[in-house]
Design a protein around this ligand. Structure first.
Ligand SMILES: Cc1ncc(COP(=O)(O)O)c(C=O)c1O
Length: 450
């Protein structure tokens, strides 16, 4: 499951890096190799207590292994451990960050941008909402009832009023409900989620733009999970139109640590108007000395940030450019193909109640039963049975407003119903799907008695 041969590439790159510092007097950090070996061995033993995330039979939560290019470039950068707060701490890696972020802005069609990497989608959304509050100090932030919980939480942190908008049966923001709320006034910002965490639904950004013309509000796109799908060539026309509209949003969040093949700690926030950098203005008596150029710390909420994250993203983009039809784009399309194939399987099998048609690569389904509580029991049993056969899925608590559309045949003896959920994020999932469905069918069948 783990490629050990790729460490040879790190070794030769490290020699190249070291040659760049040849003019310094020799210096070797001292450590006890034997003790290190023992501790690392112990560490590996501890790490065995994990689900097998990189394996194609891990098809549960939103987890995708970093590309070897990202992993090795990250490790290479760690020998220097640059800090991208300021050019003083991370000169080369700050420039690499600017290049990698510019490539992301271009991917989404931004002609101008200001942006940077940050710890996560949560921090990126916090920052986008903080800028939104500066740009429009009065008013409420709206996001759909299926938007990530971070929006309500971060509005609380920022002291902004937050309201959620009902969703339609496809788990997208209900645009009639949105317009009804807009008519009442006082809305500053609407968050459009392009790829919800639960089902991968994409809010209809193309139609929200028309409402923006009429009602005037800021649009922030949370594409933490879904953003890279702008490159996939197998979206439906409606979903494609939503992604193509991203260029008109005021801000965008995308997480390279989700679909961008990066290790954790890599979110990205993009603002369309570079002049919004004025909101970040602050004085730092400690850091900005080696250059008059803009330091990334001058346009980010966080202070210290790992330069290694930027280096890893830069190297990955270099190896796998974000081009339509390229290897990276084909990888996204393969996950979506796997999702469509799984959905087709679920629809033809009496043991399942298929959920909404997947828009990206997440599939949600229920286990056939008479009532919601029985379907939930069976979902839990199938989840556990599958894990025993090495197939790792996820569970999702479906709220009443969606359960009534997805499974009207179930008796309503509880407000929610538990479904199975699978994020088919690895390109390999497409080829592994026959094995995945075979294991799923066995697990689900055994759960029918639950
Ligand atoms: C749509 C969306 N937004 C925000 C987040 C939060 O991102 P992070 O987990 O990187 O903080 C997630 C995480 O799954 C997400 O799916």
């Amino acid at each position: 499951m783990f490629s050990r041969t790729d460490l040879q590439y790190l070794d030769s790159a490290l020699q190249t890096l070291e040659e760049g510092f040849r003019s310094l007097p020799p210096f070797e950090p001292v450590f006890d190799g034997e003790r290190l070996r023992t501790v690392l061995h112990e560490t590996a033993l501890r790490l065995r207590d994990n689900f097998p995330y990189p394996h194609p039979l891990y098809a549960g939560q939103m987890l995708k292994p970093p590309h070897p290019a990202a992993r090795l470039a990250y490790m290479l950068a760690l020998y220097l451990n640059p800090n991208n707060h300021a050019l003083d701490g991370g000169r080369a890696s700050s420039i690499m960050e600017n290049e990698a972020v510019a490539a992301l802005a271009q991917l989404f069609g931004y002609r101008t941008h200001l942006g940077h990497l940050c710890a996560s989608g949560t921090i990126a959304n916090l920052e986008a909402l903080w800028v939104a509050r500066h740009a429009r100090p009065q008013g409420t932030v709206l996001a759909s009832a299926q938007a990530h919980y971070t929006h309500a939480r971060m509005c609380e942190v920022l002291g902004i009023k937050f309201e959620s908008v009902a969703v339609d049966k496809a788990a997208r923001m209900d645009l009639n409900a949105l317009e009804a709320r807009l008519r009442r006034g006082g809305v500053a910002t609407v968050v459009a989620t392009l790829g919800t965490t639960a089902t991968g639904a994409a809010d209809r950004l193309q139609d929200m733009l028309k409402l923006r013309e009429r009602y005037g509000f800021r649009i922030h796109v949370d594409a933490a999970y879904g953003g890279y799908f702008i490159l996939a060539d197998n979206l439906t026309a409606e979903t494609r139109a939503a992604f193509d509209a991203m260029q008109y949003a005021d801000s965008i969040v995308v997480d390279p640590h989700k679909h961008g093949l990066q290790p954790y700690g890599c979110g990205c926030v993009l603002l369309r108007d570079p002049a919004e950098g004025r909101f970040y203005k602050h004085d730092s008596p400690y850091t900005y000395f080696t250059s008059d150029e803009l330091h990334l710390g001058e346009i980010s909420l966080e202070c210290s940030r790992p330069g290694a994250t930027a280096v890893a993203l830069w190297a990955t983009q270099r190896l796998l450019p974000m081009e339509h039809g390229g290897e990276f784009a084909r990888g996204l399309a393969a996950g979506r193909e796997a999702a469509l194939a799984l959905q087709q399987h679920l629809k033809t099998h009496a043991d399942y109640i298929a959920g909404p048609a997947p828009e990206l690569d997440i599939v949600v389904w229920l286990l056939a039963a008479g009532s919601r509580s029985a379907a939930s029991r069976r979902a839990h049993a199938a989840f556990a049975n599958a894990a025993q056969h090495n197939l790792h899925l996820a569970l999702l608590r479906v709220p009443d407003e969606l359960a009534q559309y997805w499974a009207p045949e179930l008796t309503t003896d509880s407000r929610t119903v538990t479904a199975l959920r699978s994020c088919l994020m690895k390109p390999e999932h497409r080829d592994w799907l026959p094995r995945i469905t075979a294991l799923l069918d066995t697990a689900a069948h055994a759960a029918l008695g639950a």
